[in-house]
Structure formats: C-alpha cells, structure tokens
Design a protein around this ligand. Structure first.
Ligand code: PGA
Length: 262
C-alpha cells in the first residue's frame, strides 16, 4: 500500500484574532467542498489558542496539529503547554524543533529530544523539523548537521516510536525566502537519512519513516520538492494562510497518487 502524502500547514503566529480564525475556517470549508482526499493527510497547525475553534469546525479533511509543546507533563512552568493538554483538545500532531523555535525559543537538540519524547508518551505524532543553516551548507555541513539532529532525538526510541515521527527536512535558509533546494539536493538528503535510519534501526524502519520537505513550498513547486525527490509530503508556512492554496496542493497530490486509468 502506498504511503499517505502529508500536507502540513503551519499557520505560525498569523491569524491575529478569533474572528480571523473563524474566517479562515469558513473560507477553508468553502474551498474544500466537493473534494475528497483519499491518499492525502492534511494537518493544520493553528496558533494553539484557536485549536478548539479548529476542532469544533469539524473539518473532515483536516487533522489538528500544534506548533510547539513544553516537555514536562505538568508543574510550575509558566507559559508551558504539555503534550497531554494538547491531546485533550484534540491535537494529533505536534511540530517540534521548528527553526523559529530553535532561533527565538532557544530550543537545542536536547530540548527537542525532550519535547519529542513528551509527545510520543501521549501517543501523538511529532513532526520533527531538521535542517542546516546557510553557513553550514556553505561548508558542506548539511549532512553532518542532519545526522547530529536526528541521532540526538532518536536516541533510545523503539522502532515503533521511530515510525510515528514525521521528519520535516527544512533547510533554514529556505524558510520564508522563496529559495528552495534542487530536487537532487533533497533526494541526496533523503538517501542519507535512509542510511542513518538503517544504521539506527533496520532497512524496514528506514523505508517506513515518513520524510517531508518544508521551506517556501508553493503549489507550483510541490512536485519538485516532494515526490520527485521521493519524499512523502510538505510542510507549508506562508502559503497555508490561503486555504485555496492548501486545497490546490492536496488536489495536485491526490491526482498524482491515483492509479493509472482511475
Ligand atoms: P514558509 O515556511 O513556507 O513560509 O517558507 C515554512 C515553515 O516555516 O515551516
């Protein structure tokens, strides 16, 4: 059976009010009407304050995600939101290690490991962002950086836990810049990660782990950054603010997965 194709919308800290969240939802509902996605899993990660509104909207085509999490279960952690709390409001996926959290929130590989473990403990799926900076890329540091990020987070995880994680390869220089790596660069990363996972686990696990691409994704470029590079989906930032674009991406991906002649 073919793997699902993931389209993750990261709404970041946009959508500044409840009213706009409701507007987004009603536009989404209108755009998605009449579409049925069998092979595409669409996940939207709104600011957590609007998670309930998204859940109550009951959009059949969409799963609910969160953009971040605190690693402890409960306690005196002002401002923290635990994985259990996220699960309680209907969240199924949690982004961990996004480069903006690494940059502005001080997330280190060790913190990201703790967050990933916390998410897995609640039986939710982490969407683990990894990626190199422009400086690291300039000195051929991409693959060593990815290896370090992956090995820190996957240390001690069982095969079953490992397979629950969606890896989002997001080169930091490609986020919000309209620059994207070539298909062959992405493919090289995919082949490399498969080797890393074969070493950590085995070929079967390496084959089954879902890897998606993120950074300046648009509907026009979706084939080149995902299935042409043998990846299983995309993580979309700015363009996910337009429900029309998300639905268009899902439609393109859905058509691509239809068997010949169907
Ligand atoms: P972008 O963001 O699509 O706006 O480049 C991607 C991301 O931050 O995940």
């Amino acid at each position: 059976m073919r793997k699902k194709f993931y389209i993750v919308g990261n709404l970041k800290m946009f959508i500044p009010s409840h009213e706009e969240a409701e507007q987004y939802l009603s536009v989404f509902r209108r755009e998605v009407r009449g579409h049925r996605f069998e092979s595409v899993e669409m996940i939207i990660c709104p600011p957590v304050l609007y998670a309930e509104a998204f859940r109550h909207a009951n959009l059949r085509e969409v799963k609910l995600g969160a953009q971040d999490v605190f690693w402890e279960k409960e306690g005196a952690y002002t401002g923290g939101i635990s994985a259990g709390m996220l699960r309680d409001i209907g969240v199924e996926y949690v982004i961990v290690g996004h480069s903006e959290r690494r940059l502005y929130g001080g997330d280190t590989d060790e913190i990201i490991k703790a967050k990933t473990d916390a998410v897995l403990k609640q039986y939710l799926s982490p969407i683990l962002c990894i990626g190199e900076t422009a400086e690291e890329r300039a000195v051929d540091g991409t693959l060593p950086v990815l290896r370090r990020q992956v090995e820190t987070v996957f240390a001690g995880l069982s095969k079953m836990q490992a397979e629950k994680i969606i890896i989002a390869y997001e080169p930091r220089w490609a986020i919000g810049t309209d620059r994207v790596p070539s298909t062959s660069d992405i493919l090289q990363v995919k082949v490399f990660l498969r080797k890393v996972f074969t070493k950590l686990y085995d070929e079967g696990v390496a084959e089954r782990i879902t890897i998606i691409y993120g950074g300046s994704v648009k509907s026009a470029t979706i084939p080149a950054v995902s299935w042409e590079a043998e990846l299983d989906g995309v993580l979309v930032g700015r363009e996910s603010l337009f429900p029309y674009e998300l639905v268009k991406m899902a439609t393109i991906a859905e058509e691509r997965t239809l068997p010949d002649g169907a």
